[in-house]
Design a protein around this ligand. Structure first.
Ligand code: RIB
Ligand code: CA
Length: 317
């Protein structure tokens, strides 16, 4: 079982990733959440995180992080996640407040208090993580693994070459990926294969309260995809959690990855050294494929667990 800290910008797929981590306590002990501006502003993503945790009755500590990237202005993803960041749903008011300390201090304290090196799941721009490593370089020894959603070695989504999380803060990503911590990358190469079909989304509507909430989230998210001529929405962020629970569902290759920060067409591109016989020593385990059916089964089993928990508690039934 891994002690986890999730750094996130909820975000439809972030919400599902958080639920997945909560659903498998035998694998993931979620000790805290830090929020970062990305999909939406810091205030909105923090409120969304608190609302999601309130919905499932889990008072996991939430610490507010960076309101903007290290060097660039924030450009949110309102077109994908809506003005609230969780477009398509009206969640009940959050019952919890964020902890008073900022994300970097919370993360440092979290890592110091963990008996074993902890796992950080980064599913938004990597601003908080870069600031943590700058302020407390010794934290690196307390991080066993960073499992992050970001990048891609064949194409982007925010631009032709760059994926949104890395594009939003390429300087932060370059510092984290170059820091020497152990990294597993769920880039677009794998996350776009981790899609969910309309019939699968529909089946969630006939289940408990958490499944129904996810069906609503995915209904909005799927509409955005359809408006772009894409049939099934990709569950990007949940890949970073699913890998921790069932790594055998994924195919991976160790590669050397660096991040472009200045290119006019390539800012935020995760550049992989795939030259035959001449690669630089790998620094990232890059996920390239996933057993989609088993991935969806893992998610549905987890949502079922949360459904039963919430129904038995009498909340949101
Ligand atoms: O490109 C997908 C990533 O950008 C996901 O983390 C999604 O939540 C958005 O933040
Ligand atoms: Ca995200």
């Amino acid at each position: 079982m891994q002690r986890l800290l999730i750094d996130t910008d909820p975000g439809h797929d972030d919400a599902i990733a958080i639920f997945l981590a909560l659903a498998y306590p035998e694998h993931c002990e979620l000790g805290g959440i830090t929020t970062v501006a990305g999909n939406q502003t810091l205030d909105k993503v923090t409120d969304n995180a608190l609302k999601l945790l309130s919905f499932v009755g889990r008072p996991i500590p939430v610490a507010r992080g960076a309101a903007a990237p290290l060097e660039r202005p924030l450009a949110t993803a309102s077109a994908v996640h809506g003005e609230s960041g969780l477009g398509g749903v009206e969640l009940p008011k959050a019952r919890y407040q964020p902890v008073p300390e900022p994300a970097v201090d919370f993360a440092r304290r979290f890592l110091a208090a963990s008996d074993e090196p902890a796992t950080i799941v980064s599913i938004g721009p990597q601003t908080n993580l870069a600031l943590l490593l700058r302020a407390f370089p010794e934290a690196k020894q307390r991080i066993g693994l960073v499992s992050f959603m970001g990048g891609g070695i064949s194409h982007g989504n925010r631009t032709m070459t760059a994926e949104f999380n890395i594009y939003t803060d390429p300087e932060a990503a370059r510092e984290v990926i170059g820091s020497g911590v152990s990294l597993v990358m769920s880039g677009l190469d794998v996350t776009e294969k981790a899609y969910i079909e309309e019939r699968e989304i529909d089946s969630l509507k006939r289940r408990g309260p958490v499944s129904r909430l996810v069906a609503e989230l995915l209904g909005f998210y799927a509409e955005v995809y359809r408006s772009r001529g894409l049939s099934s929405p990709a569950l990007h962020d949940p890949c970073s959690i699913a890998y921790l629970i069932r790594p055998e569902l994924f195919e991976a290759e160790d590669m050397y990855i660096d991040v472009e920060t200045t290119g006019e067409l390539t800012r935020g591109m995760t550049v992989a050294d795939r030259r035959p016989g001449r690669s630089i020593d790998p620094n990232v385990r890059v996920l390239l494929d996933v057993d989609r059916h088993e991935f969806v089964e893992l998610l549905f089993e987890g949502l079922g667990r949360l459904d039963r928990e919430v129904e038995e508690s009498g909340r949101n039934a």
